[in-house]
Design a protein around this ligand. Structure first.
Ligand code: FCB
Length: 474
């Protein structure tokens, strides 16, 4: 057998198997509320995260997104940073309350203009804009009318999608409807860790359905308006039974898999809720909100599935364990505390779990995949030399990119990788204490400093492949 030596664009040899397929897209991701700031500028209305972050005790140290990274005013400099890194694509979200301050009705042209300028800036730098329409900042007025527990919100979302497409559709080719509806539904309405902070499982399951319906209606509207690529981003669980040989552990893993994966993936890609999840939901709600024909709407064709991945979960059957609030109905299911290396936010580092997840999504659902988020929180700031030495983040990213290569070698149709995040930012209930950025942000001066990981990522992009580093955590 003759060994093939793969060569980076600059002619440097790459260790065999360390290169990515031609056309594999390199990107970075952010979300509006986490970076924009300018919470009261140019007619933006309040969102559920403005309300939530102002409610005492909800967000670490009372942090809010009022200023964040001030990206609203500094977007041109931030796009220059992206160009410096060599990003081929940038995933950003549109703030619905900038576009329709009340969620429905009058459009605010100044809000649309911001995304118009940002999109042009990206294109001017040769960076492909990848738009997410909903990354959790629901207009507060819609929440006051029931939020995602009511059908009208799904309908309003489709109208809003059409409005944004009418402005940007001539330049944006990839449209993502929702980011991580699992978080919106279960963290927002069951555990209450996220806005709007409700703790009611019945509301969470109604939210699951109306988010999915909103996706389907928006996907249809986008397609009718000529969108070339339509997608949704999930945070599918890489969930494993602690003891795969123990049927009770396998059953525990199946419930979590149902609540986080199949309850979304099956209606999206197979046209119906799985039977066990229908039954599970009826423990909490009569499902009268699921109308005939809804599942067909939800199954609107998608071109690619966005996958956000950070950490795996291991579960076992342990009678007497109370249900985890964000997984309603999981009495008797125990989540193993993280083992081995963890990031600053306490999430276990296990790249091989990403390969297993991608393999599974490919086998069970056969849809093209895109990693729309992957990254790690580590605390490093500028050292005495002014640089940010975040070796652990490099290890994390390197390990997960190797995990992507393994999945590609298994035949998974993986189209690209977006690092979370371009910038340190407002990490939801954790406030600014958790830093996920490739670029360090000093929140007092708004100064940006490329971390070592950003320079490493730039090199990966330039080579379109990895160098010969050791695996971690696999
Ligand atoms: C994901 C969110 C993203 C960010 C990362 C760390 O769940 O989509 O906004 O907070 O986690």
């Amino acid at each position: 057998m003759t060994a093939t030596v793969q060569v980076a664009p600059d002619g440097e040899p790459l260790a065999s198997g360390h290169a990515f397929p031609a056309g594999f897209v390199w990107g970075a991701a952010t979300a509006a509320y986490q970076i924009e700031g300018a919470a009261h500028d140019d007619g933006r209305g309040p969102s559920i995260w403005d309300t939530f972050s102002r409610t005492p005790g909800r967000v670490y140290a009372g942090h809010t997104g009022d200023v964040a990274c001030d990206h609203y005013h500094r977007y041109a400099d931030d796009v220059a940073l992206m160009a410096d890194l060599g990003l081929a694509a940038y995933r950003y979200s549109i703030a619905w309350p900038r576009i329709q301050p009340d969620g429905t009705g009058p459009v605010n042209p100044r809000g649309l203009d911001f995304y118009d300028r940002l999109t042009d800036e990206l294109l001017g730098r040769g960076i492909d804009p990848v738009v997410t329409l909903y990354h959790w900042d629901l207009p507060q007025t819609l929440q006051d009318r029931g939020g995602w527990t009511v059908r009208a919100t799904a309908e309003a979302f489709a109208d809003y999608a059409a409005i944004v497409h009418a402005k940007l559709g001539d330049r944006v080719s990839t449209w993502t409807t929702l980011n991580e509806p699992w978080c919106s539904a279960y963290l927002g309405y069951a555990s209450g860790q996220h806005a709007p902070g409700i703790q009611d499982p019945a509301s969470a399951f109604r939210a699951v359905h109306h988010l999915l319906l909103g996706h389907g209606l928006a996907a249809r509207a986008l397609r009718a308006a000529g969108a070339r690529s339509v997608s949704i981003t999930l945070n599918p669980a890489a969930v494993f039974p602690l003891d795969p040989a123990n049927p009770a552990d396998a059953a525990a893993a199946r419930i979590v898999d149902g609540l986080q994966n199949r309850i979304f993936l099956d209606p999206l890609l197979r046209g119906s809720y799985p039977d066990d999840m229908r039954e599970h939901m009826t423990r909490f709600t009569d499902l009268s909100h699921v109308r005939d024909g809804d599942e067909a709407i939800i199954q609107a064709p998608i071109d690619v599935l966005g996958v956000n991945f950070y950490t795996p979960a291991y579960v076992s059957a342990q009678p007497g364990t109370p249900a985890a609030p964000e997984y309603p109905g999981t009495e008797g299911v125990a989540f193993r505390p993280p083992v081995g290396p963890v990031t600053d936010i306490g999430w276990q580092v296990e790249p091989a779990a990403l390969t297993r997840l991608l393999d599974r999504l490919h086998t069970d659902y056969g849809v093209p995949l895109l990693i729309t988020e992957n990254g790690a929180a580590y605390p490093e700031g500028p050292a005495a030399d002014g640089e940010v030495h975040d070796a652990a983040r490099i290890d994390y990213l390197d390990g997960h990119l190797r995990a992507c290569l393994d999945a590609l070698a298994h035949g998974v149709d993986l189209r690209g990788y977006f690092a979370w995040s371009l910038l340190d930012n407002f990490e939801w209930a954790e406030g600014y204490q958790m830093r996920f950025g490739l670029v360090h942000v000093d929140y007092t001066t708004q100064k940006r400093v490329l971390k070592d990981s950003a320079k490493w990522y730039r090199e990966v992009i330039r080579r379109h492949g990895l160098t010969g580093r050791a695996r971690i955590g696999a």
